[in-house]
Design a protein around this ligand. Structure first.
Ligand SMILES: [Fe+2]
Length: 460
């Protein structure tokens, strides 16, 4: 019987082909820059392998580019040709890919959940759940999908994928606010395997959420070889930029943006969202970002028909709003039209929150701060449904706060900032903003206290 590295049966022409697939999977887990090469090697050993075709289809979808959906469909058809001889586990993956090709990410998620229940050692299914729960804004299941298989992974440090499982577990804990356990497991995973970018990333997230900028920058610098990682390395730089931003080091953020983050050749959505969110954050503090928006606006214009990930589209709305108000408005209308006409996961999210969020961001960039508040405030508790991490979506919370201040909606500003400082007691910017709002509303004592809190938080 041909098996994978965990002992699960695999349909392949040879054990060598199955081993090559395993190496491809591990490269994906570590964000390696050799994933494409390794997948090619797998195909060279077995051009019909169901898992190779399934993974190719998954990769096509994960690019978040609608023009690649037909290529995912081709991979599905190739996988289906071999499915009659496939194992039940492989069949579940084919079912997941089929649902995804119908743009039913929720349906794909159900297939992966079924898969991990029957086959808890199926690393690919666990990783796909990590992706799908993350992009459907379900942080509880980002955490629990790993927890549900952990009975089979406990004590399996002998497996080369154990560390990657540990870092996924850590990240789920981080996204649900269990920062101490997340940091402990994230550091353990990074020690087990220095190639594990997700472990490095998880600890950075903990530092971001706890406003431990000095710790976070030191951590990222110590792990900053960014050796054989793919473009995900830019996201780690983005995390460093966020920390420098919160520390008020705006010139350093811009330098990092230019020299370590912005890649003019890249059209990968994660890169674009990293870049857009840094520019938007800097502008919250009144920093002149020069002509950096221009290229982002052009890239966003080329992607307005993607409509696959609401998280990405919210960033495109910002880039369009910053560069071309008319195109930005058309974009918001097109999201509305799409959500009325289609019945896929994106349309569902657009109806609940995606459309209103994009409308709010476009209004904000047009300096229609009341319009921004009107669109965003009622849906702000559902923004998680667009997907992404708490740190990434925090931009939208900051934009709403900024809009309330600029619109002089002092009671709402006070309430949002009070909520924010209660959640993030070490966040200097939030305390400073609260001090400003309290002073403006005549609460001098409260303003003084908030200023002291800002100073104390600034001391670390
Ligand atoms: Fe992140």
């Amino acid at each position: 019987m041909i098996v994978d590295h965990t002992g699960l049966q695999v349909s392949a022409a040879s054990q060598e082909a199955a081993d090559a697939f395993d190496r491809t999977l591990v490269a994906y887990l570590r964000f390696g820059n050799d994933i494409g090469e390794l997948l090619k090697t797998t195909y060279s050993l077995d051009s019909e392998m169901v898992f190779a075709n399934v993974l190719r289809g998954y990769f096509m979808h994960m690019m978040g580019v609608r023009a690649l959906v037909p290529k995912a469909q081709q991979a599905l058809e190739a996988a289906q040709r071999g499915a009659s001889a496939a194992t039940p586990r492989e069949q579940l993956h084919v079912n997941a890919l089929e649902a995804w090709c119908a743009l039913d990410l929720a349906g794909a998620t159900a297939a992966w959940e079924e898969c991990t229940r029957a086959y808890p050692m199926d690393v690919l299914a666990v990783k796909m759940l990590h992706y799908s729960h993350f992009y459907m804004g379900d942080s509880v299941n980002v955490r629990n999908s790993v927890g549900r298989v952990w009975h089979a992974w406990e004590g399996r440090e002998d497996l080369p994928t154990y560390g990657y499982m540990l870092s996924m577990r850590a990240f789920g804990l981080e996204e649900t606010g269990d920062y101490a356990r997340a940091e402990s497991l994230g550091r353990a995973a990074a020690s087990l395997n220095e190639a594990d970018a997700w472990a490095v990333h998880t600890v950075a997230h903990v530092c971001e959420m706890e406003d431990r900028q000095t710790d976070g920058v030191a951590w990222l610098d110590s792990k900053g070889g960014y050796g054989n990682w793919n473009n995900f390395r830019y996201h780690l730089v983005w995390h460093k930029a966020l920390m420098l931003f919160e520390a008020g080091r705006h010139d350093d953020v811009l330098a990092l943006y230019d020299d370590g983050m912005f890649d003019p050749k890249s059209d990968e959505y994660l890169d674009l969202t990293n870049d857009i969110s840094v520019l938007a954050r800097l502008e919250l503090e009144g920093v002149d970002v020069g002509d950096r928006w221009g290229v982002m606006g052009e890239k966003a214009k080329g992607r307005v028909d993607d409509k696959l990930l609401a998280f990405v589209d919210a960033h495109f709305a910002l880039a369009l709003g910053a560069t071309d108000g008319a195109a930005a408005k058309d974009y918001v209308t097109s999201i509305d039209d799409y959500s009325d006409a289609e019945d896929d996961t994106y349309a569902h999210v657009a109806q609940i929150v995606g459309h209103d969020l994009c409308a709010a961001l476009v209004a904000y960039k047009a300096k229609d701060f009341d319009g921004c508040i009107e669109a965003l405030e009622p849906v702000r508790d559902h923004v998680n449904l667009i997907g992404g991490s708490n740190a990434q979506r925090d931009l939208f919370a900051q934009i709403l706060i900024d809009a309330t201040i600029r619109a002089e909606r002092w009671e709402l500003a006070r309430s949002l900032l009070s909520e924010r400082t209660a959640l993030k007691p070490k966040n200097v910017r939030a305390w400073r903003q609260l001090a400003l709002v309290l002073k403006t509303t005549g609460d001098d004592t409260g303003a003084q206290l908030a200023s002291i809190k800002a100073d104390v938080a600034g001391m670390g």
